[in-house]
Design a protein around this ligand. Structure first.
Ligand code: ATP
Ligand code: MG
Length: 243
């Protein structure tokens, strides 16, 4: 599903260059649930942006579904993002003039989903994240945790095969956060959703199949979680079983 090879990203000119990623090589298979952890500034958001085709790498390569991103035009990258990737931004990036429901609807409409179907999905997702009564509110009328949940619903509305989420539970209380984890696990099991989630939540390790630790732009540690439900169960469509 996702592969990176010696992926590097630096920002700025030579003298003030920040080397955010310094050679990250990873393979992530379909329906895997990955937690990315690491200190502030270690390159987590940068990695997500590279894998999400939001920005181009400085060196190395990223493949999504077998396609090398460096070979694609800006237009092709936009189409790939639209059809394949749901993204939850660290700072939400909701459109301030649209209501919560309109924010959620927009990516589905842009991807060509019929209005009725997009509305059905948006309402179901808003309900699922506990915001059915908030659809008509604009972002500035919502709490941080509510905005975050709108951003999660928006990332899922296209039903794209890949979800990239940058600290999607960072503003949520424990119970609400657990509800989001449950939702993502369900989508992994029922739809084979591949999830890469940046998180500081130590409990995330229990929900994910694999935890990747970054430090100073490098993979420090890549650990499979034997306690989480395996990816095989999800891939064959059977119920997620413990162990
Ligand atoms: N657009 C940019 N221009 C210059 N430097 C940047 C830019 N984006 C990120 N950086 C730098 O790259 C490094 C990695 O940043 P990144 O946002 O990936 O960290 P992070 O692991 O997501 O941190 P946090 O946990 O604080 O969100 C940091 O040193 C940061 O200052
Ligand atoms: Mg970040």
């Amino acid at each position: 599903m996702i592969k990176t090879d010696k992926l590097e990203k630096w920002y700025g000119e030579t003298k003030v260059r920040v080397h955010a990623l310094r050679g990250v090589s990873l393979s992530i298979v379909k329906a895997e649930f990955i937690a990315v952890m690491g200190p502030s500034g270690s390159g987590k958001s940068t990695l997500l942006h590279m894998v999400g085709a939001l920005d181009r790498s400085s060196a190395g390569e990223v493949w999504i579904g077998g396609r090398a991103l460096s070979g694609l035009s800006d237009n092709e990258l936009t189409l790939l993002r639209r059809s394949q990737i749901g993204f939850v931004f660290q700072f939400f990036n909701l459109l301030p003039t649209l209501t919560a429901r309109e924010n959620v609807l927009l990516p589905a409409l842009l991807d060509g989903v019929a209005t009725k179907e997009a509305e059905r999905r948006a309402d179901a997702l808003l309900d699922r994240v506990g915001l059915s009564g908030r659809g008509r509110h604009r972002p500035d009328e919502l709490s941080g945790g509510e905005m975050q949940r709108v951003a999660i619903a928006r990332a899922l509305v296209k039903e794209a095969p890949l979800l990239l989420a940058d600290e999607p539970t960072g503003n949520l209380d424990t119970t609400t956060g657990r509800g989001i984890f449950d939702l993502l696990r369900e989508l992994k099991a029922s739809a084979g959703l591949t999830i890469v989630m940046v998180t500081h939540d130590p409990n995330a390790a229990h929900h994910a199949d694999r935890v990747i630790h970054l430090r100073d732009g490098l993979v420090e540690n890549d650990v499979r979680n034997h306690k989480s439900a395996g990816t095989d169960a999800a891939a064959t469509g059977s119920p997620v079983a413990a162990g």
